[in-house]
Design a protein around this ligand. Structure first.
Ligand code: PMP
Length: 284
C-alpha cells in the first residue's frame, strides 16, 4: 500500500513518525474517515469542513488547502486501486522537542498522514439485511465529543465489551439518555417518526447524519431531534445507526431485547437505499 506522509507518497513500511509526536504521546490530533464507492469519494466537502472545525477548536491551523486535500485523496485512491473502501486522514500537532503538556510553538510542522483501506463489499454489507445487536454502556468519554480527536480508547473498550458479551457494538449512555454509538450516530423509529439526539458538544456531528436527515426531510419523512433512553429504544419499531463506513445499518437488539419483530424494518432499509443513492450524486 502507498500512503501519504507530510507531502510524500511512500510505501507504508517507509512512512515513519517521531516518537515525540504529540499524536503519539498525547493523542493530540484529529482525524476523518471518508468512504469510497465506485472509485469516488463520498461526502468530501462535509468531511473537510468538519476537519477544519476540529483543527480550529484545538488551536491548530489547517495545513493544506481544499484542493490539495482533494488531490491527495484522489491520488491515494488511484495509486491503491480503491474501488470500494475508506480513506483515513490524521493531522497531529507534531512536535520537535521533548514531551511537554504545553503546546510547541505555533509554527511547529504538523504531521499529516493519509492511508486507504480497501473494503470490497462496503455498499453490499450483509448486516444491512440481518441487523446489529448492541449493548449499552456508560459514556465515559471527555465532554468535547464534537471534536473528532484520536483519543479513541474508551470507544475501543466499549467495543471490546460488546464483543465479549456477544454483541456487535455499544451505545453510550449519559444521564439516562443515549448519546451515540462507539463510532456512529444512533436513531430510533416510532410510528414512522425518526428520532435522533440533537447536535451539541455531547456527540460527534456526523457527516452521514447531516446528509441523511436532509434526504429524509426531502422525502417527507418526519424527523425529531431529541434525546431518548435505552427503554424507549427497546420499545421502538426500529433502530439504526449511521457513519461514513456503515452508511445506514439497522439495529435489531438492544441489551438482549429484540425490537418489535426482531427483524430489519422498512424505514432503515429505505434510508440506507436513499442515502447510498443520494450521496453518490455528489461523490467526487
Ligand atoms: N459518532 C462517533 C463517535 C464517531 O466516531 C463517528 C464516526 N466518525 C460518527 C459518530 C459518525 O460520523 P460520520 O457520519 O461523519 O462518519
Amino acid at each position: 500500500r502507498t500512503v501519504y506522509l507530510n507531502g510524500e507518497y511512500l510505501p507504508e513500511a517507509e512512512a515513519k513518525v517521531s516518537i515525540f509526536d504529540r499524536g503519539f504521546v498525547m493523542a493530540d490530533g484529529v482525524y476523518e474517515v471518508t468512504s469510497v464507492l465506485d472509485g469516488k469519494i463520498l461526502e468530501f466537502k462535509g468531511h473537510l469542513a468538519r476537519l477544519g472545525r476540529s483543527l480550529s477548536e484545538l488551536g491548530m491551523g489547517n495545513p493544506l488547502s481544499d484542493d490539495e486535500w482533494l488531490a491527495i485523496h484522489r491520488k491515494l485512491v488511484e495509486l491503491n486501486n480503491i474501488d470500494e473502501g475508506l480513506i483515513y486522514l490524521q493531522v497531529t500537532r507534531g512536535n520537535a522537542g521533548d514531551r511537554d503538556f504545553a503546546y510547541p510553538p505555533q509554527d511547529t510542522p504538523q504531521t499529516v498522514v493519509l492511508f486507504t483501506q480497501a473494503k470490497p463489499g462496503l455498499a453490499d454489507n450483509p448486516v444491512a439485511k440481518t441487523g446489529m445487536r448492541v449493548i449499552s454502556v456508560p459514556d465515559l468519554r471527555w465532554s468535547r465529543r464534537d471534536i473528532k480527536t484520536v483519543q479513541l480508547l474508551y470507544p475501543s473498550m466499549a467495543k471490546m465489551e460488546a464483543k465479549a458479551r456477544g454483541a456487535d457494538d455499544a451505545w453510550l449512555v449519559e444521564d439516562g439518555f443515549v448519546t451515540e454509538g462507539t463510532s456512529n450516530n444512533v436513531y430510533i423509529v416510532k410510528d414512522g417518526t425518526i428520532i435522533t439526539r440533537q447536535l451539541s458538544t455531547d456527540i460527534l456531528h456526523g457527516i452521514t447524519r447531516a446528509s441523511l436527515l436532509r434526504y429524509a426531510a426531502e422525502a417527507q419523512m418526519q424527523v425529531i431531534e431529541r434525546p431518548f433512553t435505552i427503554e424507549e429504544a427497546q420499545s421502538a419499531d426500529e433502530a439504526f445507526l449511521t457513519s461514513a463506513s456503515a452508511f445506514v445499518l439497522p439495529v435489531v437488539e438492544i441489551d438482549g431485547v429484540k425490537l418489535a419483530s426482531g427483524n430489519v424494518g422498512p424505514v432503515a432499509t429505505r434510508l440506507r437505499e436513499l442515502y447510498l443513492e443520494e450521496s453518490m450524486k455528489s461523490a467526487l
